[in-house]
Design a protein around this ligand. Structure first.
Ligand code: PMP
Length: 361
């Protein structure tokens, strides 16, 4: 079976060379006579991989020295709880900007832990088709932090600016647009991102956190949930997901070798331009619900004239080797995820299929 054109929303496509490297090294990692999975997390072989992954992330995102790079077990959903456990001190309140299903979930989880406020929402009839403007936000200047979701995987919206929060730390769930281009890490107090979209397999979440926030984090919570525990131990307090970290290392090394984030961004912009261009060519057939200024470069959602046509579109595309095109089960429609590893050629293939499908009607 040849490799498919994979438009999955996550877990998602990974760069073939990073997977081939894993295949080559699987049985004999670096001349050690065993796979990386079989190595102790305290041994030299794994330690080298672990530290390389951290330093590649620092290099790619230009992470300042006063930020920790942490590897955490589990998904972004774990961080929905771990963030308030650490940062939401008794007597304080946190602001949440709600732009989709994942920010709703983050808010609901924080609500179980402390006092939270909705500082803005773009929900209309359970749908989110845009990002708010700064003047629509009611931010509490005394909040412990402001939480946002930089890219809304379900609804296909993305922030193309950052809210001004003054001295209040900005906390971002960047799961579905982490590393899609350069960012200014200093604008954030804390960033978390599940690995399974742009940088690796599921089971691992990357956290970038300002050191003073980690140091000042709550101490009355279980040791394993404290960012400070992981920071003090270079994310080796307990056994980390070693294979996931190894694969992330492969993806990051490949990213650096092939031109870094400038090249990643160039390709991502080209892919989005091709796809949105094709959608906009035929507004009578493809309906994009998202406001133009809020369109996501990572998850492109659109509708066809009927659910019947959507089903046919997905089935015919699958026969041509394109997978992952069904919208989220809560939203329906079509969703095309254009994460870093999706090739421009795959999007060219998809848009020519779309044009032909639309002209057949
Ligand atoms: N936040 C965002 C923006 C997501 O896209 C997802 C997963 N699709 C999550 C959180 C939840 O991630 P996980 O399933 O890894 O907990």
């Amino acid at each position: 079976m040849p490799r498919v054109h994979n438009f999955n929303a996550g877990p998602a496509a990974l760069p073939l060379p990073a997977l081939e490297r894993a295949q080559r090294e699987l049985l004999d990692h670096d001349g050690t006579g065993m796979s990386i999975i079989e190595h102790s997390h305290r041994g030299k072989a794994f330690e080298a991989v672990h530290n390389e992954a951290i330093s590649l992330l620092r290099q790619l995102l230009d992470v300042p020295d006063d930020y920790h790079v942490l590897f955490q077990y589990g998904g972004a959903s774990h961080q929905f709880a771990v963030v308030p456990l650490n940062l939401l001190h008794a007597g304080r309140s946190a602001d949440y900007i709600i732009t989709g299903g994942w920010s709703e979930k983050a808010y609901q989880e924080a609500e179980r832990i402390g006092t939270v406020r909705v500082a803005g929402t773009t929900e209309v009839d359970k749908r989110y088709t845009r990002i708010p403007r700064q003047e629509e936000l009611t931010l509490d200047p005394n909040a412990a932090y402001v939480h946002m979701t930089t890219n809304n995987t379900l609804f296909g919206t993305q922030w193309h600016w950052l809210p001004e929060t003054g001295d209040v730390p900005l906390v971002a769930d960047m799961s579905s647009d982490f590393l899609w281009r350069r960012i200014d890490v200093r604008r954030f107090g804390l960033i978390y991102a599940g690995a399974q979209k742009n940088i690796g397999p599921s089971g691992l979440t990357v956290v970038l956190a300002r050191k003073d926030l980690v140091d000042g984090g709550r101490k009355d919570i279980p040791t394993i949930f404290r960012y400070a525990t992981h920071a003090t131990n270079n994310s080796l307090y307990n056994t980390p997901p070693t294979f996931a970290i190894y694969l992330v290392r492969n993806v990051l090394a490949y990213t650096v070798e092939t031109g870094g984030l400038d090249e990643v961004e160039r390709r991502n912009r080209r892919k989005a331009e091709l796809l949105y261009g094709t959608i906009d060519e035929r507004p009578d057939f493809f309906r994009a619900p998202v406001e133009a200024a809020s369109r996501s470069f990572m998850n492109v959602v659109f509708r066809l004239p009927s659910e019947e046509l959507e089903k046919r579109f997905i089935a015919e595309a699958a026969r041509e080797g394109m997978v992952g095109l069904a919208g989220h089960r809560s939203t329906g429609g079509i969703r095309v995820s254009l994460y870093n590893a999706v090739e421009v050629a795959s999007v060219e293939f998809l848009v020519s299929f779309m044009r032909a499908f639309a002209s057949r009607g």
